[in-house]
Design a protein around this ligand. Structure first.
Ligand code: E4P
Length: 226
């Protein structure tokens, strides 16, 4: 079970790597836009420095054709590092690029997945991660849970090494469902984590425990002061 952060914000990554058993960081051009006109490669290297080599870093290509995507991948690997998972949207040109990148042993995350068929093609091409877009599928009246269930079944039937990193979440329930449908990993924004811990019941439970404890041992007394 892997939790990745879908952000390029260094402060969020620093904060949540202390809280979540963080497996990696993903971004896309729309996420990069939120950071303003950053020095892209130096920013990605900084993220790598924060998360270390033992966590995965997924960086998306921006070219629209296979030749450009391969070139983007080479530049990312040269200017960031060769462990980066190159995120490639599964279009016709993207699939062509994935085939070439995998034949060269490059780490690949197949992204912008809205259909089972895109996922099956990416699995057959040997993509390391497959990123179905949970909320975006729901918006199109596609059954996201069923799509992930079928992708997971295909991975298992074919003894494939591909992992599902479900993406595009707007709430915690979607994340739970993605895992329960068979996703090995999810990539989520800091908002989702904030939602998860914003339940007043959690705060209330903690306050009640403190009140009960202090009613016995005195206000401000902690275990290590006994
Ligand atoms: C992963 O990195 C995806 O690109 C991302 O989760 C898409 O999310 P969105 O649908 O919120 O744009």
């Amino acid at each position: 079970m892997e939790f990745l952060l879908d952000t390029a914000n260094i402060d969020e990554i620093k904060k949540y790597k202390e809280i979540v058993p963080l497996a990696g960081v993903t971004s896309n051009p729309s996420i990069i836009k939120k950071e303003g006109k950053i020095d892209f490669f130096s920013h990605m290297r900084q993220i790598r420095e924060v998360i270390g080599r033992h966590r995965t870093l997924h960086v998306q290509v921006t070219a629209g054709d296979a030749t450009g995507m391969i070139h983007d991948a080479e530049t990312i690997r040269e200017k960031v590092d060769s462990d980066v998972f190159i995120k490639v949207p599964v279009s016709e040109e993207g699939l062509k690029a994935i085939n070439i990148l995998k034949s060269k042993g490059v780490n690949v995350t197949a992204t912008a997945i809205y259909t089972k068929f895109q996922a099956y093609l990416a699995i057959a091409a040997g993509a390391d991660y497959i990123a179905p877009y949970y909320n975006r599928m729901e918006n199109l009246n596609i059954d996201s849970k069923q799509v992930i269930t079928e992708i997971a079944a295909a991975i298992s039937r074919n003894n494939s090494q591909s992992k599902i990193v479900a993406a595009s979440f707007k709430n915690v329930a979607q994340v739970n469902t993605a895992f329960e449908a068979g996703a090995q990993a999810v990539t989520i924004s800091a908002d989702i984590l904030d939602q998860a811990f914003a339940m007043p019941s959690i705060e209330k439970a903690m306050a009640d425990f403190t009140t009960d404890w202090e009613s016995v041992y005195g206000t401000g007394q902690t275990i290590n002061q006994l």
